[in-house]
Design a protein around this ligand. Structure first.
Ligand SMILES: *Cc1c(COP(=O)(O)O)cnc(C)c1O
Length: 368
């Protein structure tokens, strides 16, 4: 058997008629940039999410940058984010001119540790930027309390957690803004780069909308200098077809995660993802840990099961942040996990047979 890590082809095959028609209509309408498909997506996403505004943009990295920049973040400010994420999170902070400050993750959960965050707050701290990594919401209540206590802004990176809830409330709605990526492999993915900012703040929404489109709300009237970060019509059309399916897809991912966990319980030294009783886990990624990680990966590769590392190196240990001078002792949890984590295939269309095959291969490895 060969199992893809993510299978975008099967999903396309299942929805091909609708997707092809939607893409053709963009071409027929010549609505390539902005236009009615983009407007329809922004309205549908805001409505589905239960927020006042969805501002589409070119990708999820820009979404973070646009939100932070329009909240006034810049040189002299510090933004606290998490040591284990995709580099987009910290890049977007640096792009505003603000200083990235990394906090360690919580054991087993991979999300930002609120207790660590508190120790990092200084006079310059202006915002906290949690990442709902792997589809599991960060522990928001203490983070919201810290924001209130220290008068900080909250922007949530929801690139891996579309529609996930924490204590009944959707991620992305706890602070000033939530940001999303619709990169093809995300839980809701376009057929190219795409992203958005959501907010209930009318003023922030208008600013983000302006900034993302060269500083103009009305064509030709540039109130400020902005950037070119627009969602294109083809991506919006694809997203319009896919959006109604997101809840089913998230539910399937969750179901697959539970099945993996049932199958993999008690094998070798494997440590499995932990669920939180007060939150969804929508399993963008199913990440396990073992001291024999590299050996296991090679074994699985041979059996037709590709694996990926999310992420091979915690952000503070990358060359890009060498000037911060961090050592492993600054991020003991992320450092301890670095050589142990490995992500297994996960996508909504996965069959039970595929999950069982992966699980059997892993059991075979530990029982040799
Ligand atoms: C994918 C991702 C992003 C960036 O999204 P792009 O659309 O690729 O720019 C940001 N943060 C996290 C956690 C992501 O997984």
């Amino acid at each position: 058997m060969h199992i893809p890590f993510v299978d975008l082809k099967t999903q396309y095959a299942l929805h091909r008629t609708e997707l092809d028609a939607a893409m053709q209509s963009v071409i027929d309408d010549a609505a390539f940039i902005r236009g009615k498909h983009v407007k329809a997506f922004e309205e549908a996403y805001a409505e589905a999410y239960g927020v006042r505004h969805c501002i589409s943009c070119g990708n999820g990295t820009d979404a973070i940058y646009i939100a932070l920049k329009m909240l006034g973040l810049g040189p002299g400010d510090e933004v606290i984010t998490v040591a284990n994420s995709w580099i987009a999170t910290s890049e977007a902070i640096s792009e505003t001119g603000a200083q990235v400050v990394f906090a360690d993750i919580e054991p087993d959960l991979y999300t930002i540790d609120p207790a660590r965050v508190e120790t990092l707050i200084t006079e310059r701290t202006r915002a906290i930027l949690p990442v709902h990594l792997f589809g599991l919401p960060a522990d928001m209540e203490p983070l919201v309390q810290l924001c209130e206590k220290h008068n900080l802004l909250m922007v949530e990176d929801c690139a891996q957690a579309h529609f996930a809830t924490y204590r009944g409330r959707r991620v992305g709605t706890f602070g000033a803004a939530g940001t999303f990526s619709f990169y093809p492999g995300k839980n809701l993915g376009a057929y190219g780069d795409a992203g958005c900012v959501i907010t209930d703040d009318d003023d922030l929404a208008a600013k983000c909308r302006m900034f993302a489109n060269h500083g103009a709300l009305v064509k030709g009237e540039h109130a400020i200098e902005g950037i070119n970060s627009r969602l294109d019509g083809l991506q919006a059309a694809v997203l319009n077809v896919k959006l109604p399916h997101i809840h089913d897809w998230n539910a399937l991912r969750h179901q697959h995660g539970v099945r993996y966990t049932e199958q993999l319980q008690g094998i070798g030294d494997l440590e499995l993802p932990v669920l939180r009783s007060d939150s969804d886990h929508i399993f963008h990624i199913y990440c396990v840990r073992t001291g024999r990680r590299d050996e296991l990966r090679a074994w699985l590769q041979e059996k037709g099961v590709p694996t990926v590392l999310h992420y091979p190196t915690p952000l503070p240990f990358l060359g890009a942040y060498a000037d911060l001078g961090h050592g492993r002792e600054d991020f003991p949890v992320a450092a301890a996990y670095q050589s142990r984590i490995v992500s297994l295939p996960m996508f909504p269309e996965m069959t039970d047979e595929q999950i069982d095959y992966v699980s059997d291969c892993i059991r075979g490895f530990f029982e040799r």
